[in-house]
Design a protein around this ligand. Structure first.
Ligand code: NAP
Length: 248
């Protein structure tokens, strides 16, 4: 049990990749804290599933873009466990629309969740990690932040590029005892992509060398690696996991 008794917060874990990461940590003996913004039912269903693994779990509603909610979430965790060992910054949103329809409010919502949310959770959890002289932070970026940019989600792409930069600065800020890295997945088979046109998704699949989107578990495996001692000499890096995408 690689993560036995570790206290692990996964933001945005009611569904999709976050849910898969939560289950993977629970299987490895961690005390998992599920976080969600509005999907209460899904979060509670996940809580029921991981409860069978026998550790102490929590399920906390908090919007990662709201400072008071993040502060309160971290305080609730510290009150229960007295520490926080691992933070997975997974919560993210993507609003897809035409360039002409893109509003400043879309930009703000996207950056508030995908970028400022990571700053807030890292700030409040990182303080305790620094004091306890141990911690791991893994941020979920995207290949859209590197080179698979898409004009329908320009603010999402910018947020994920900025997150790679933020990962490096957080790694400096929290060194030497708190280790910060990121994962940049390509396409993942989750609800986030449900509303995209079927033809577009088919075309995107054809560009991937393994000819399919990632199962959430395939990304979770890399997240757990970066949260483990096996990766302790990897610092401030972003690991790309995309099934061998061909960039044209
Ligand atoms: P998803 O299925 O849409 O799930 C997103 C999760 O984030 C949900 O649990 C949602 O909870 C939560 N969330 C959203 N806004 C939040 C907020 N302000 N505060 C707290 N939680 C919030 O997305 P996914 O595909 O699993 O994506 C997970 C991460 O992987 C994201 O950072 C995404 O950008 C990244 N990623 C995804 C793909 C892909 O192809 N799917 C590719 C590369 C990277 P509620 O429903 O309660 O709001």
């Amino acid at each position: 049990m690689e993560f036995k008794d570790k206290v692990v917060l996964i933001t945005g874990s009611s569904r999709g990749l976050g849910r898969s990461i939560a289950i993977s940590f629970a299987k490895e003996g961690a005390n998992v804290i599920i976080n969600y913004k509005s999907s209460k039912k899904e979060a509670e269903a996940l809580y029921e599933i991981i409860s069978t693994y026998g550790q102490e779990y929590m399920c906390i509603q908090a919007d990662v873009s709201k400072e008071d909610e993040v502060k309160s979430m971290i305080e609730q965790i510290i009150e229960k466990y007295g520490r926080i060992d691992i933070l997975i910054n997974n919560a993210g949103i993507a609003i897809d629309n035409e360039f002409e329809d893109r509003e400043v409010s879309d930009w703000k919502d996207t950056l508030d969740t995908n970028l400022i949310g990571v700053f807030l959770t890292s700030k409040y959890a990182g303080k305790y990690m620094k004091n306890q002289e141990y911690g791991k932070i893994v941020n979920i970026s995207s290949t859209n932040g590197i080179d698979t940019t898409y004009t329908y989600s320009i603010d999402y792409d910018a947020s994920k590029a900025a997150l790679i930069n933020l990962t490096r600065n957080l790694a400096i800020e929290f060194s030497p005892n708190v280790n910060v890295n990121a994962v940049a997945p390509g396409w993942i088979d989750t609800e986030m992509n449900n509303d995209l046109p079927k033809e577009y998704l088919k075309e995107e699949k054809s560009k991937i060398l393994v000819k399919r989107f990632a199962e959430p578990e395939e990304i979770a495996n890399v997240v757990l690696f970066l949260a483990s001692e096996k990766s302790r000499y990897i610092v401030g890096e972003t690991i790309r996991v995309d099934g061998g995408l061909k960039i044209e």
